[in-house]
Design a protein around this ligand. Sequence first.
Ligand code: AMP
Length: 199
Amino acid sequence: MKLVLLGPPGAGKGTQAARLKETYRIPQLSTGDMLRAAAAAGTPAGRATKAIMDKGGLVPDETVVSIIAERIAEPDAKAGFILDGFPRTVPQAEVLDNLLASRKTGLDLVIELEVDDMALLERIAKRANETRASGGTVRADDNPEAFQVRLAAYHAQTAPLSEYYAKKGLLTAVDGMAPPDVVAKSIEHVLAGGALQAH
Ligand code: AMP
């Protein structure tokens, strides 16, 4: 199964992708995690990327696309994968389609988690507080200023992907406002073949 999870920052893509990874035994490919790892490695390219991410902006398509192309070519991704945070722009989606087509395959489904902006702001603040309380390091982009930039990038550059995938007949929207267990059940239902709310 080759699946894309779409949705704004804080919608719960990472949480749901981690669950699906366990259920279906296919890798969760999070470009955010891959980019944070590259940034932590401290290479010049990694440092440039970190500066963009910390402010909440999108990393250039070429950077992200080359990372994901390499990752998709790895043996564990052959049977399927869950893309979490990729694609985020229409050009990224086009490259992904071409990449998969060249491997004689394609996406099976795109699930969009719908959450309204106010709820997202609250979730991000909560995530930062919980991380702080447990002694962890809060993500540099989990603050109100960077979050507004991330949200604006989502609306301007990522939201058009809903139409892109709807036109291909791949998109199903799921209510992401519900608690994680309920959202997981909705996703299971979609994957079992019962589309909830086709666009
Ligand atoms: P995430 O962990 O998915 O919230 O991503 C964190 C940050 O990584 C984003 O705000 C972007 O700066 C960067 N990023 C992750 N995925 C992408 C992508 N597909 N395209 C561009 N930038 C990305």
